[in-house]
Write a protein that binds this ligand. Structure first.
Ligand SMILES: C[S@@+](CC[C@H](N)C(=O)[O-])C[C@H]1O[C@@H](n2cnc3c(N)ncnc32)[C@H](O)[C@@H]1O
Length: 387
């Protein structure tokens, strides 16, 4: 199926090897044939040490010639742990570490549950964590479109860091006037489905957003929606630094975060819902419980975590959505003027974005790589790197 990928990978110049940081180039058909012979002889290894068994159709290699990366169904597998090496390049110390267990758990959650579809044809992730009711649709759409206001309207590359399958149609509006949308995700299943929507206007990378295989200063706009809090608590800042690193000068990145239980407004609004649930549980009435699925890592930092001292650059605080999904499902109903209420909430978010971003459920961070503050930030980053 890799024939859906352009014959010439004209975007390879902006990618880099996730292990060595070197240039990447595609192997010729003759080189692929030779590697497939090595696979037949059990002499090509996965980074984690087992012999590669599946022959290659297309593949990339780093310019040092030590690491190989499979291209499967139009998706470039640029994850260190899924790279391939010869015996002499096996790193026995690192081999045993594998993909960190919490990342593997996130990957499994999405490959085995989140990005599979329900009988009604919606993604389990949306069904479980979003409000897909008709009464909320316009509000959800408007909040998703709010992101676009901050992005360069057109350009060459828009990076979607942890794109999932591009689950909502309006997400496609972000890259309407871009040459390519680069979809990066740990989930192969997500990227296969993203490719069905975007085709040759997408570049699909199974990669880790805390180690983006993309060169510095090459990207016109970055979006990262609803993901950073699924990254281990110590690595969230690194994911943001990586996004900033790849932005071109004067370009903007948008990151939608969740304050989780730190949103006092939502804690307060959700109180009646929680009490009702408790009472129902006590009186053994049927309580709606979510379906069985693997655990999903979640950690919400407070605002101090996102300081320029830690990140090496400043981010503005704005709002994506003020209220959480459980709060929406509890208070917003068609028969209770739900649509009008959501319209009013949307207007409030637009009038007081910083306040709503601070107290609400989903803040939106805006990072801008300004030319005039570049030197200052470089100094700050150097200071951060020096500890
Ligand atoms: C809640 S979904 C959000 C997807 C999409 N941004 C959206 O708003 O619909 C989180 C996504 O992040 C991906 N993800 C989590 N950690 C990642 C990492 N370290 N690198 C790349 N993708 C990651 C998951 O595989 C999943 O597809």
């Amino acid at each position: 199926m890799s024939e859906t990928l352009p014959v010439e990978l004209d975007f390879l110049a902006i990618l880099k090897c996730p292990i060595s940081g070197n240039e990447l180039h595609e192997l010729s058909p003759l080189e692929i044939e030779a590697l497939n012979e090595e696979i037949g002889n059990n002499s090509l290894y996965n980074y984690e040490g087992s012999a590669v068994t599946q022959p290659l159709e297309r593949a990339l290699t780093s310019s040092c010639g030590r690491y190989f990366f499979r291209i499967q169904e139009g998706v470039l597998i640029l994850l260190k742990n899924l790279s391939m090496v010869r015996e002499m390049d096996l790193n026995r110390e690192e081999m045993s570490s594998g993909l960190m267990s919490d990342k593997k758990a996130v990957q499994d959650f999405y490959d085995q549950f989140g990005w599979k579809k329900t009988e009604e044809g919606v993604f389990n992730d949306g069904d479980e964590f979003e409000d897909l009711r008709e009464v909320s649709q316009q509000y959800m759409y408007d909040c998703n479109m709010r992101v676009k206001r901050y992005l360069r309207p057109a350009g060459e590359y828009l990076l979607d860091a942890a794109s999932g399958p591009i689950q909502f149609e309006e997400y496609l509006e972000y890259n309407k006037d871009y040459k390519y949308r680069i979809c990066v995700d740990l989930s192969f299943l997500a990227l296969r489905q993203a490719r069905e929507k975007l085709g040759n206007r997408g570049i699909y990378l199974v990669a880790d957003i805390t180690n983006l295989p993309i060169k510095d200063g090459t990207i016109d706009a970055v979006v990262s929606l609803n993901t950073i809090y699924h990254i281990t608590r110590d690595e969230q800042a690194e994911a943001l630094r990586q996004m900033y690193r790849v932005l071109k000068e004067d370009a903007t990145g948008i990151v939608v975060y969740s304050w989780g239980r730190r949103s006092y407004l939502n804690n307060f609004l959700a109180l009646p819902h929680k009490i009702t649930r408790k009472l129902k549980a006590i009186y053994r009435t049927r309580v709606h419980t979510s379906r069985e699925h693997p655990e999903l890592y979640f950690h919400a930092h407070d605002r101090d975590y996102f300081s320029p001292e830690r990140l090496g650059f400043e981010m503005d605080l704005s709002v994506w959505r003020l209220i959480s999904v459980p709060v929406m499902k509890y208070y917003i109903h068609k028969w209770l003027a739900g649509k009008a209420l959501l319209k009013a909430i949307y207007r409030l978010e637009d009038r007081a974005p910083q306040w709503c971003g601070r107290v609400g459920e989903y803040p939106m961070f805006v990072m801008r790589k300004h030319v005039e503050v570049k030197r200052e930030e470089a100094e700050r980053r150097e200071a951060v790197a020096a500890g």
